[in-house]
Design a protein around this ligand. Sequence first.
Ligand code: AKG
Length: 228
Amino acid sequence: MSQRVLSGDSEYLKSGYAKAYQSTAGSQEAVDAAELERLHAALLRDGYVILERIVPEAQVEQISAELRSLLPAHCGRNDFEGTLTQRLYAVITKTLACNPLVEHPLVLGLLDRVLAPNYLLSQLQVINILPGEQAQPLHHDDAFYPVPRPRPHFGAATIIAMDDFTADNGATVVIPASHTWDGHAPTPDDCARSIPVIMPKGSMVLFLGTLWHGGGANQSAAPRRVLP
Ligand SMILES: O=C(O)CCC(=O)C(=O)O
């Protein structure tokens, strides 16, 4: 008996059978195609791209006010979560305030180009790095898939600065182009090439799941909040 084989452009892969949560891709306001192409090329080249001030200041303030009351008083349980870092998980179940950020047209436009159709949001959290926190260990987000590198990314992440990211307040640190690496962990020379993502609040860094990165050390006197 001949066995039927699922083809790459099957309905299953294109639309998803469950249809419980329809993709919203394509229903957002149009974004400039040339701008999207420029950002996409930078993302593939560097493994990350910065979208400056994509959230208007008034919206940042409104979301910040909403999130402030939800942040837990306690800090993380280990040095990955950060023992001087507050994390609020499953934000999507606790407030609707951040939904417009998740479905931002530029973000979906880029994700549509780097992920398979019907990609899912796996998490939305707030990370508040308090003064005195040390740098988070560098990592790449899709490391839990035990598939040898170099390989394509299995996901992508966004980090939205709810406070200005400066050189010393815990701005996310990235190693440019490390998404193309084989399976080696960053050497001291690699670490020396890491850079903080300096950007004003309301900006976003979007990166591939294979890019080495981490939260920076907060040597300032003020907390650093993000929405990843
Ligand atoms: O807070 C940051 O800047 C990065 C956090 C991060 O990469 C993580 O917790 O996985």
